[in-house]
Design a protein. Structure first.
Length: 179
């Protein structure tokens, strides 16, 4: 893939991750958004380096003041709030999903089971720093942390995982044809 295509698709997935904040549904200290779907999809489609770069670009945009975080929030302080761990987790999740799925290559189709493992691992990796930071921000125990930052999102994230597994192969073929 040419350098211009790499830059373009990395920026596209950064933009999609930012756009995922517009679907924010308030659910306590952590809103439901589509940002984790697009972050992980970036890793699945672009591979670990460019997928993580897309999330990194999204995070930098938010840190310097672009209202790309949930509820039109921006600034470095968002990384220190209740959702900061999830934002950092997007970066790790994209990298992990991309490592497991591998970078797209022309003519190579990834097995469905590998995409499923990549998505599940990616979501779990998003949750680890998210829950740790949420617990600190809430100054609460693990039971409350899981009650507000994990359990309410399981069904929605399962639906997003299925969507990512269904969408990723087509986008990967498209990316592979751009080599």
């Amino acid at each position: 893939m040419s350098t211009i295509n790499k830059i373009t698709f990395t920026a596209l997935f950064a933009g999609l991750t930012a756009a995922g904040s517009f679907a924010a549904i308030p659910m306590g200290p952590v809103p439901f958004t589509l940002q984790n779907l697009f972050a992980l999809l970036g890793g699945l489609v672009l591979g670990p380096v460019l997928g993580a770069a897309a999330v990194g670009l999204f995070l930098i945009a938010g840190i310097i003041g672009a209202p790309v975080f949930a509820n039109n929030a921006a600034g470095f302080a968002q990384l220190l709030g209740p959702t900061g761990g999830y934002l950092f987790g997007y970066l790790l999740g994209a990298a992990v999903a991309g490592l497991i799925a591998g970078s797209p290559r022309s003519g190579i189709t990834i097995p469905l089971w590998r995409l499923v493992v990549a998505v599940i691992a990616g979501f779990l990796v998003v949750y680890v720093p998210g829950l740790i930071r949420l617990r600190i921000a809430l100054d609460a125990g693990w039971a409350r942390t899981f009650a507000v930052g994990f359990f309410p999102f399981l069904i929605g994230d399962a639906i997003k995982a299925v969507a990512a597994v269904l969408i990723a192969p087509r986008l990967r073929r498209f990316m592979g044809n751009r080599e």
